[in-house]
Write a protein that binds this ligand. Structure first.
Ligand code: ATP
Length: 451
């Protein structure tokens, strides 16, 4: 992990948030290449789950919402983590995490039970000190909207994007008149005041989610649940994650969230262990029903065919953008030896690599080579917008190493034969470090097949 964090910083993927002021815990800033990677991941998701389908409607809801949304959703009353203090250092920890690390099965445990077990077993803080009482820690960031700082002006930074879709359910029905089943999709920021943000971008206080609320007739929820289970795996495949590193974990009934009748966590083999990457939940009609009751707006659906009126049930695949970035980076990180020297490279899928092709002149002080390389660069830029880099820094060996480190799958080098002989150029493949001599048309064809 340390090496990946260092590479991410060195090469312009991810920096510590507010770094020059000593940082702000749980926040990270994406640089030029990290942003490109993130955008490619989001576009891949949007393509699979929205553009390639006929039953999905996009939304981009406001982050700040009426406080009653969070009362109806159950977050104001129940979005807490169990918190425990080290009595000596006053450092705060997640009680459930400490218990898990101490080998305690915490399934279905209440706050009180956690407290009892910590005391009985004498579970200590990571510094080896005694722990205080287990308490609830509110995870939503509170703010005030407008000039008054009173109860009525309270709002929250949304802890999930999901509610932005439930509150627009009726708008979507009225605008598009979809038949069931249909879904709403959203990509956006979510905020949680995590007690212990850690493991780089795995657990942060500000992150992005890609979520779908898929509305179904309750008779057929199982079919849609299975469909999205497979779609989540297909998406993981799209972004190049190793299938054997993803594990479907069925959540035990006593551990399900208050709104869920079935949940699968998709866990991934991260460097720090097998941890949740994505979730898939059957949320029943909990959300639409709660919002119907609380807002007084009828959120039922009338089925023209069966003449039935009912509140649809909901299947929710919820995917973290940042956890995808981390999974992709840790899965792609590779080391080998080329020409007797150690090499570090990112084996990123050509579909999401920030730079798809780097174009270089063999020598940067030969105008005819630079001119030809620029021409090749312009042609490729039209074919693969936003995914081509012109690189004439340092010598060719150094360029390859730098491109390997940022995961560029293809490098093209324009040399004297290109301009003087046959217009062909070398295409170097990142993973094998081997080369072919090809025309620009052949290169475009073969790269198009890979993405
Ligand atoms: P965890 O148990 O790890 O806290 P969760 O079960 O609370 O996660 P969900 O509420 O199901 O997570 O959120 C859906 C997805 O959002 C997660 O699968 C993950 O990809 C992402 N996510 C949740 N919390 C964070 C966070 N603090 N930092 C980064 N991504 C997150």
């Amino acid at each position: 992990m340390e090496e990946i964090i260092a590479l991410a910083k060195r090469r312009g993927f991810i920096y510590q948030g507010s770094e020059i002021y000593g940082g702000l815990a749980g926040t990270w800033d994406y640089g030029h290449l990290g942003l490109a990677l993130k955008n490619n991941i989001k576009n891949t998701w949007w393509k699979r789950f929205v553009l390639d389908r006929d039953d999905m409607y996009g939304v981009d809801a406001a982050i700040l919402m009426n406080q009653n949304v969070w009362k109806a959703s159950g977050h104001v009353a129940g979005f807490f983590d169990p918190l425990v203090d080290d009595v000596k250092t006053n450092k705060r920890y997640r009680a459930d995490h400490l218990l898990l690390e101490a080998g305690v099965d915490i399934k279905g445990m209440s706050l009180k039970e956690m407290d009892v077990v910590i005391k009985e077993k004498g579970v200590k803080s990571p510094e080896g000190n005694a722990l205080g009482d287990v308490r609830q820690f509110k995870m939503m960031f509170t703010t005030h909207v407008g000039a008054n700082q009173d109860e009525d002006s309270v709002s929250y930074l949304r802890p999930e994007t999901a509610q932005g879709m439930f509150v627009n359910f009726k708008n979507t029905l009225d605008s598009f008149h979809p038949k069931l089943p249909f879904g709403m999709a959203q990509i956006g920021k979510a905020f949680r005041n995590e007690i212990a943000p850690r493991d780089f971008i795995f657990r942060t206080r500000e992150f992005e989610q890609m979520e779908i609320e898929y509305f179904v007739n309750p008779n057929s929820w199982e079919e849609s649940f299975e469909h999205f289970r497979q779609q989540v795996h297909a998406f993981a495949d799209d972004v190049g994650l190793t299938p054997s590193k993803i594990h479907d974990v069925e959540i035990a009934p006593e551990d399900l969230a208050h709104y869920s009748k079935r949940t699968i966590d998709f866990e991934f083999d991260f460097p720090m262990g097998q941890k949740e990457l994505y979730g898939l939940a059957y949320r029943t009609d909990f959300d639409l029903k709660s919002h119907s009751d609380a807002s007084g707006t009828d959120l039922s659906f009338f089925d023209e065919e069966t003449k039935e009126r009912f509140i649809p049930h909901c299947i929710e695949p919820s995917l973290g953008v940042d956890r995808t970035v981390l999974a992709v980076l840790t899965d792609a990180y590779s080391e080998d030896e080329v020409g007797g020297e150690k090499r570090v490279y990112l084996k990123l899928s050509p579909k999401i690599a920030p730079v798809l092709i780097a174009v270089s002149p063999l020598l940067k002080n030969k105008p005819q080579l630079v001119e030809k390389a620029r021409e090749v660069y312009s042609i490729l830029k039209k074919e693969f917008p936003g995914r081509i880099m012109f690189d004439d820094n340092g010598n060719i060996g150094k360029r390859y190493r730098r491109q390997d480190e940022i995961g560029t799958p293809y490098c093209i080098t324009v040399d004297f034969d290109t301009v003087e002989k046959d217009q062909t150029m070398t295409l170097r493949y990142r993973d094998s470090a081997t080369q072919d001599r090809l025309s620009i048309e052949q290169i475009i064809d073969s790269v198009k097949k890979a993405i």
